[in-house]
Ligand binder design. Structure first.
Ligand SMILES: *Cc1c(COP(=O)(O)O)cnc(C)c1O
Length: 238
């Protein structure tokens, strides 16, 4: 029997959910604390639709061009779309048309621009500070030592609601190293929550962990794991 691609993705999503649940239980956490976000870069609306219909409402897009192209249909199905890739300042207006959250805040001037635009159009926006926990030069995000300071300044901006922190794990086969990076993000969050600066009280989210490293992320406290290939299969080379 031929299996529809949509059904295959649904099966894989259930497998991912089972991995998350097992990792949470193994860490003594309530699996309900961890949401699965579908990383939908390069996937068509038709590929994503069955998953949204089955209840996978949290989506992440990397590129504003794709967000603009797919945003109307995806949000029309009831999906909540977050920007999870580097956001250029000149793409802020386009991103704001469809994004419920920008997880990739890595500079104050980007946050200020988003804040001003939100004021102009009369809306609020959830944001997360992206942290480069591995120090790899290829990755966006602020160094852990600067993340708390940026978070406090972002949280003070009008119309922005700081909901937490995001990172991409180290590109390493050494699990201990990958896991230490996730622990670093948790430490940043706990420090910010503990300091209690204005606007930071809701910054509880830890968006970390992908197809290959979600177990370690969940063990270190992830509240959102972002999954692409484990659900959709390998992406075509860029
Ligand atoms: C592509 C991507 C993911 C998902 O990665 P997979 O390894 O395919 O699960 C998660 N987060 C970001 C920021 C991504 O670009």
């Amino acid at each position: 029997m031929h299996e529809e691609p949509g059904n295959r993705a649904l099966t894989r999503l259930a497998e991912v959910r089972a991995r998350v649940d097992a990792a949470a239980r193994g860490a003594g956490r309530d699996p309900a604390e961890v949401r699965v976000m579908l990383a939908t870069k390069t996937q068509s609306v038709a590929d994503v639709q069955p998953l949204v219909a089955a209840g996978a409402r949290l989506l992440g897009e990397n590129r504003v061009q794709e967000l603009v192209a797919k945003g109307p249909e995806l949000t029309g199905m009831g999906a909540e779309v977050h920007v999870i890739g580097h956001l250029q300042s000149n793409k802020v207006n386009a991103a704001l048309r469809w994004a419920a959250c920008v997880q990739s805040i890595d500079a104050l001037d980007l946050a200020e621009r988003l804040s001003r635009r939100c004021e102009a159009v009369g809306r609020d926006l959830d944001v997360m500070v992206q942290v480069n926990v591995s120090g790899e030069a290829s990755k966006f995000g602020v160094p852990p030592a600067e993340a708390g300071g940026l978070a406090v300044r972002v949280a003070a901006l009008p119309r922005l609601r700081l909901t937490g922190f995001m990172t991409i794990g180290a590109r390493s086969s050494d699990r201990a190293e990958v896991r230490a990076g996730f622990a670093r993000l948790r430490a940043v969050r706990d420090e910010v929550l503990g300091a209690g600066a204005p606007g930071t009280a809701e910054a509880r989210e830890l968006s970390m962990g992908m197809s290959g490293d979600l177990e370690d992320a969940v063990a270190e406290g992830a509240t959102i794991v972002r999954v692409g290939t484990a659900v959709f299969g390998a992406r075509p080379a860029p």
